[in-house]
Design a protein. Structure first.
Length: 263
């Protein structure tokens, strides 16, 4: 596992965007051999999306042969709802780059058959072989996508009930009213995430420090889903200085030293 430590959120966003661009270009995708990218929502990736859009506008990057799979979706919100993740992705990314609509895959929060929707999503991923790079954010409690503490580390795409902590955290997007936040979601599983060829988790700010501590210095534990990253052959955690505040000084120094000569 690599731990990339940057100065602040903006530097993390820049590193992430440059890494995504590097991986797409190095892959040399074609229509028959697309680059498959897993994507998150929320405030964390906004800076990265903005920079990727700029790269596209400057003709430095194309998404014509990129296929995407998003992590999750609220149950009961259609794609037109301003807080649905489908709406978020189109407003903040898809509408601004040249990705074909047929290449965009998102869970349907309005489905009447949750099990079928989840299985179809898993099948769609498998139809491309695998996700080449899966990017995610990290919750304060260490959750990945909506895999809350206690989730099976081998879980697949499924229905999950949100914890009160996550509902409270997400209420800022719903007029600060927790009662407006859907209590259930469709989400990829931790096993689905770990199947990707490479994973990149982004965490910034002091509020994520405890999760980073458990991810880097703690044991692999289903109560801290982020800790499973230790088991990934090509796992990267990208964080800022503030998010390292609960790591030991020698841990921070070690990871900074070994990354000094890398990308």
């Amino acid at each position: 596992m690599r731990l990339i430590i940057q100065n602040n959120y903006d530097d993390c966003s820049r590193w992430a965007a440059q890494y995504v661009a590097y991986k797409i270009k190095a892959f040399r995708p074609t229509a028959k051999k697309p680059f498959v990218l897993g994507l998150p929502t929320g405030s964390t990736p906004l800076g990265m999306y903005k920079l990727l859009i700029e790269m596209y506008q400057q003709k430095k990057l194309s998404f014509e042969n990129v296929v995407t799979f998003n992590m999750d979706e609220y149950i009961g919100l259609d794609g037109k709802h301003p807080q649905s993740y489908r709406h978020f992705m189109y407003e903040n990314f898809f509408n601004h780059v040249n990705i074909p609509a047929a290449n965009i895959h998102m869970l349907n929060g309005m489905t009447k058959d949750y099990a079928k929707e989840c299985q179809l999503y898993e099948n769609a991923i498998k139809s491309y072989g695998k996700i080449h790079l899966f990017i995610g954010g990290v919750g304060e409690d260490g959750h990945i996508a909506f895999n809350e503490p206690g989730s099976s580390l081998s879980s697949r795409t499924r229905v999950k009930t949100l914890t009160k902590e996550t509902i409270a955290a997400n209420s800022r997007f719903f007029d600060n009213d927790p009662t407006k936040v859907p209590q259930t979601v469709l989400t990829i599983g931790i096993g689905t995430f770990m199947d990707a060829e490479e994973v990149l988790l982004i965490a910034t700010g002091n509020k994520k420090a405890r999760a980073i501590h458990h991810a880097v210095e703690g044991s692999i534990n289903h109560m801290w889903p982020i800790s499973i990253t230790q088991m990934h052959q090509h796992g990267i955690i990208l964080c800022d200085e503030a998010a390292t505040s609960e790591l030991r000084a020698d841990t921070v120094r070690y990871f900074k030293d070994i990354e000094a000569q890398k990308f």
